[in-house]
Design a binder for this molecule. Structure first.
Ligand code: SAH
Ligand code: SF4
Ligand code: F3S
Length: 452
């Protein structure tokens, strides 16, 4: 049997796409391997969001080249595919820079992989079209066993692309315009995942709360409505969604946080900056105060909700005063967890053309201060759950025998001792201690068993 190795960079969308590519290739007789050196086919599923992410591809391709040469010495052939957002953004340029690459395929075309690999026997090929057909209609379904081997918590793409055009961001160019999958297709996929033993669904999309798919009633359904329906799927105990834009948090979605027990009290809602001037230059189309008021509304619906965000420091023109506004917003809102980045100018985006680029040392200093504050908040949030009794979805064995590891409703990793539970169970655990990256607790009782 031929073997395929897939390495993914970037966001959850890429994790999901990597699984779908493996499914497409499974139907072609490829089994997945975690060891690149034994792969007949190497796929790098790339990310273009920041310069560092994009450059990683080329250093990795250097490694792939030595591997390919070594395997060739043993008479083994290795094919190399670059997929994902760098593939979309750079296309043919990748073939020029990296002679080792056989196929370049964008995120909307990977269902063409079998055909592209056949073509690649005679020529190097590039497919970065946004095809009119929907790739989801052309993807084979993995077996129950394969699905379960990927874990009891699964991603499900419901929306792709972005129409927001934040001035720093490549996503609208690499992933194209916003498209929502029809409700019926999402329900089918959710039922299939649940049937294989999946307990938690994370609905994903570049701009997931802009979801506006066609419902079975012929009307447009919002994310709030879709979540209500998904909460009824037998076997699915937990729902999450990511990533959201503050402008698309409508009343129905906020209300769902209050009404749906299955919708977990954790929300990733990137704000990027606390300065109105910078938010405007970023084309985010909301102010810091609008974000604060939105958070108040969400907290009224679900008082214990844990929040997380993305931040960019050193956006062109960001002054010390602008940066202090970001620090003030963070201090006021309080985040359970966050991602923060130095602004990275991306080719083809409007902000990259601005003159007032911020010097690297200033970015570095601001990032360090922000990360310090965010880390303090993260640890305080985790310590705040000590003494509480939380439901933990068991995902895998712990670090030593007799220990299990899972996630709290607030997406914290929790370890506890138990020989009476299985992966997929939801167990009530009293949190005893907060470590630096996970919580440790004692089981209080079973809550909800996984289906046999
Ligand atoms: N759709 C999501 C984010 C997608 S990209 C949203 O709207 O929030 C993930 C994160 O990468 C962004 O939230 C942003 O913080 C960061 N990012 C995007 N472009 C960037 C750039 N050019 N430089 C630095 N960080 C960037
Ligand atoms: Fe990028 Fe903005 Fe779209 Fe998010 S909303 S993907 S940051 S353009
Ligand atoms: Fe990166 Fe593309 Fe995701 S640029 S963050 S992999 S949408």
């Amino acid at each position: 049997m031929k073997k395929v190795f897939v390495k993914s960079y970037g966001c959850q969308m890429n994790v999901y796409d990597a699984e779908r590519m493996a499914d497409v290739l499974a139907a072609e007789g490829y089994s997945e391997t975690a060891a690149m050196e034994e792969a007949d086919l190497v796929i790098l599923n790339t990310c273009h969001i920041r310069e560092k992410a994009a450059e990683k591809v080329y250093s990795e391709l250097g490694r792939v080249r030595s591997l390919k040469e070594e395997r060739a010495g043993h008479g083994q052939e290795t094919r190399v595919v670059v997929a994902g957002c760098v593939a979309q953004a750079e296309g043919r340029e990748i073939l020029r820079r990296a002679p080792v690459v056989d196929v370049v395929v964008g995120p909307q075309s990977y269902h063409h992989l079998p055909e592209l690999l056949r073509k690649a026997q005679t020529e190097r090929v590039v497919d970065t079209e946004f095809p009119v057909e929907d790739k989801f209609d052309h993807l084979p379904q993995p077996s129950r066993q394969k699905t379960l081997s990927r874990g009891v918590s699964a991603f499900l793409t419901i929306q792709e692309g972005c129409d927001k055009f934040c001035t720093f961001c490549v996503v609208p160019y690499t992933r194209g315009a916003e498209v929502s999958r029809p409700v019926a297709r999402i329900l089918d996929e959710a039922a299939r995942l649940a049937d294989a033993g999946v307990r938690e669904l994370t609905l994903i999309g570049q701009n997931v709360n802009a979801y506006h798919g066609e419902g079975p009633d012929g009307r447009v359904w919002s994310l709030g409505r879709l979540l209500r329906r998904l909460a009824e799927v037998p076997g699915i105990a937990r729902l999450r969604y990511t990533t959201s834009h503050p402008r698309d948090m409508d009343d129905e979605l906020v209300a769902a946080h209050g009404d749906l027990a299955a919708l977990m009290p954790y929300l990733h809602l990137p704000v990027q900056s606390g300065s109105d001037r910078i938010l405007d230059a970023m084309n985010r189309k909301h102010t810091g105060d609008e974000y604060r008021r939105l958070i108040e509304r969400i907290r009224r619906a679900r008082p214990d909700i844990a929040l997380s965000s993305d931040f960019i420091v050193g956006f062109p023109g960001e002054t010390d005063a602008d940066f202090e506004e970001t620090m003030r917003l963070v201090a006021e809102v309080g985040f359970a967890s966050s991602f923060s980045f130095k602004y990275s100018p991306r080719p083809g985006t409007p902000a990259a053309e601005l003159e007032a680029q911020i010097p690297e040392p200033v970015k570095a200093e601001r990032l360090a201060r922000l990360q310090n504050l965010l880390e303090t908040q993260r640890q305080a949030f985790n310590r705040g759950t000590v003494g509480q009794t939380l439901d933990v979805l068991v995902e895998k064995p712990g670090r030593h025998p007799g220990q299990l590891a899972g996630k709290s409703p607030y997406l914290q990793a929790v370890h506890f001792e138990s020989d009476a539970h299985r992966i997929g169970d939801i167990v009530t655990v009293r949190i005893a201690r907060a470590g630096s990256n996970s919580l440790f607790g004692e089981r209080v009782g079973p809550k909800d068993r996984a289906a046999a």
